[in-house]
Design a protein around this ligand. Structure first.
Ligand code: 5AD
Ligand code: FES
Length: 349
């Protein structure tokens, strides 16, 4: 049995695909030995493409207003205990410029689905960042919008879009979201974004409520079929003011295992070791790299609002200045033999 699963790891490394049954067995049969084998193969698969260079994305959390009510999320609209904020364009552009000076060549604007950020308002900010920060990619992570809106923002200069699909299984999606949100629409957004020409990031939470091995098999199949340019996966961490407050958090071990599998399925994928991973384990992001990740996304938001963008409890870096985070991550990466790159960090095709 153990030997068969070891062979599945080697098969995944060689062929970048398994059958549903094989994915199921590999995930369900997880052991520390298999995790080590997967991580070794994942690092070897990443080596010729990215080596030990770690790409950075500076994250500016521009608004915590959100019209959605996702059951897992701390800034869901029903949470009346959050103090809401939105950053003004000058502040956003200043954060981006500060990031640029620190060595970031990708700026991510992330926020809840906030009607204040019309195409005009957001498009102007994109234009200004592109003017202020030469050779820098702008990534938007502002949720579901119309195809026309995505097109206008692309025309304004946005290069990439992050929209986690959250789960590749429609019935699981319905367990995590209110009835007015639909999995089909989310998938349509991802297809629209790709067709328009964005580099597209998708992703899901590990250990989300109701998640089964069968769901994870669907996730692996999704990565194989859609081949997102980036795939953000991190542990689910309960937020105290949500209906999932008492659900268990996702584990470090399963997250690392899936990171390695995703690297083997799609060797050139941009794979972040997320802030959530750094939250559940002091060395989570370092362990993420050693499992096959190659991206980190430190925070560039003004310190004054950081605690208000709390999607889950105990988020790290909420008291740190941007420069401190960059420095801290740089040191952490050096200590494991990796280095932060000053680079847009496009996917190598
Ligand atoms: N735990 C972990 N990740 C979360 N996200 C939202 N809420 C949580 C949580 N409680 C993730 C979602 C979303 C991304 C911005 O953050 O996957 O797409
Ligand atoms: Fe923010 Fe370490 S990355 S303080």
């Amino acid at each position: 049995m153990a030997e068969r699963l070891e062979q599945l790891v080697d098969k995944l490394a060689a062929e970048h695909t398994l059958t549903d049954g094989e994915y199921r067995d590999l995930i369900a049969g997880r052991t520390p030995e298999l995790a080590e084998r997967l991580a070794e193969r994942a690092v070897a698969a990443r080596e010729p493409i990215y080596g030990t260079k770690v790409f950075t994305r500076g994250l500016v959390e521009i608004s915590n207003y959100c019209k959605n009510d996702c059951l897992y999320c701390g800034i869901r609209r029903s949470n009346k205990n959050v103090e809401r904020y939105r950053l003004d364009p000058d502040t956003i552009v200043a954060c981006a410029r500060e990031g640029y000076e620190l060595g970031f060549r990708t700026i991510v604007l992330q926020g809840g689905e906030d009607g204040h950020f019309t195409d005009e308002v957001l498009g102007d900010i994109v234009v200004r960042i592109k003017e202020t920060c030469p050779d820098t990619a702008v990534t938007l992570s502002m949720g579901e919008r119309s195809r026309e809106s995505y097109q206008r923002l692309f025309d304004a200069g946005a290069d990439r879009y992050l929209l986690r699909h959250e789960t590749a299984s429609p019935e699981h999606y319905a367990q995590l979201h209110p009835a007015e949100m639909s999995w089909e629409h989310r998938m349509q957004c991802l297809r629209d974004l790709r067709e328009i020409g964005y580099q597209v990031g998708a992703g899901f939470m590990v250990g989300a409520p109701y998640q089964t091995v069968e769901h994870l098999v669907r996730e692996m199949r999704f990565v194989e079929d859609f081949k997102p340019d980036m795939c953000g996966i991190g542990p689910f961490i309960p937020h105290h003011d949500t209906p999932f407050a008492n659900e268990p958090q996702g584990t470090l071990e399963l997250t690392l295992y899936l990171l390695s599998m995703i690297r083997l399925i799609h060797p050139s994928v941009l794979l972040p070791a997320t802030t959530a991973l750094g939250t559940i384990d002091e060395r989570g992001r370092e362990k993420g790299m050693l499992a096959g990740a190659n991206v980190v996304m430190p925070n560039l938001s003004p310190v004054a609002v950081r605690k208000q963008y709390e999607l889950y409890d105990n988020k790290i870096c909420t008291g740190e200045e941007s420069a401190q985070c960059r420095g801290c991550l740089g040191l952490r990466m050096t200590l494991i033999g990796y280095e932060l790159a000053i680079d847009r960090g496009d996917i190598r095709k």
